[in-house]
Design a protein around this ligand. Structure first.
Ligand code: ZN
Length: 247
């Protein structure tokens, strides 16, 4: 995988496909090149066509009508890459202050790349089945009248129990492989350190957001980083919590 001069990902032989769906929802970075990446999950049920539909929906923007959200890259459940913006501009994926690479910024969108992962997020076990947000057909009803929404049902094989934190949707091996290829390209191009690759949305907006969740942040991502950085800092990664177990 390479990053071309404008900031688009260009796969090499045998690497995951990159589908370009450019969005107008961008602005200038306040640094010459991005200083790190922030991981997100899409939440929701997902499925065939979901990732592409989501990216097509954010290609345009109607002020006052559309929710102001965008990102650079979305990794679909089957490992396909959907790129919405060049990596040398900012997108609207966090919109909060924070510290990146040791510097404080008013809006970290101006210095980072946003990467969405197609993932249902936090799950609930209702009866014998697992469900993703919004869980219920009638979420506003009193608890005893709520009915789980069959459209939100998630295959039990995807449910990962994380001790003391809850149940989460698993990431696919294809997503892990694709994220590894992308990160290797970004680290090579922008000279990032391991710590520049660890940011999650929840770190900047903990009251409202929990993405990308513990399965990604505390387990999958650490494996990816060991691969990308060739085992450097591996001791630190090994001591991090890896409580994710198949539920
Ligand atoms: Zn997010």
């Amino acid at each position: 995988m390479k990053v071309d001069n404008e900031g688009w990902l260009v796969p090499e032989g045998g690497e995951p496909r990159v589908v370009r769906l450019p969005t107008v929802r961008t602005y200038r970075l306040v640094v010459p090149a991005p200083l790190g990446i922030v991981w997100h999950w899409t939440s929701g049920r997902g499925g065939p066509g979901f990732a592409e539909r989501l990216c097509r929906r954010v290609q345009t923007y109607r002020r006052g009508i559309d929710r102001p959200a965008s990102w650079h890259v979305l990794i679909g459940r089957y490992g396909v890459i959907y790129q919405s913006a060049p990596l040398l501009v900012g997108t609207w994926h966090v919109g909060r202050p924070g510290v990146i690479s040791g510097q404080r910024f008013d809006n970290i969108n101006r210095v980072t790349i946003g990467c969405e992962l197609e993932n249902a997020g936090r799950l609930r076990k209702i009866g014998e089945r697992f469900y993703c947000w919004p869980f219920w057909t009638n979420p506003g009803a009193p608890a005893y009248e709520r009915r789980p929404d069959p459209r939100c049902a998630i295959d039990a094989g995807r449910a990962v129990v994380v001790q003391n934190q809850g149940i989460f949707d698993a990431f696919s091996s294809e997503q892990q492989a694709t994220a590894t290829v992308i990160l290797a390209a970004l680290v090579a191009r922008f000279g990032w350190a391991r710590q520049d690759c660890l940011h999650g949305h929840r770190d900047f907006d903990p009251k409202r957001k929990e993405d990308p969740g513990p399965v990604w942040a505390d387990a999958v991502l650490l494996q990816i980083l060991n691969h990308v950085f060739g085992g450097r800092d591996a001791a630190a990664a090994a001591s991090a919590p890896t409580a994710a177990q198949r539920g």
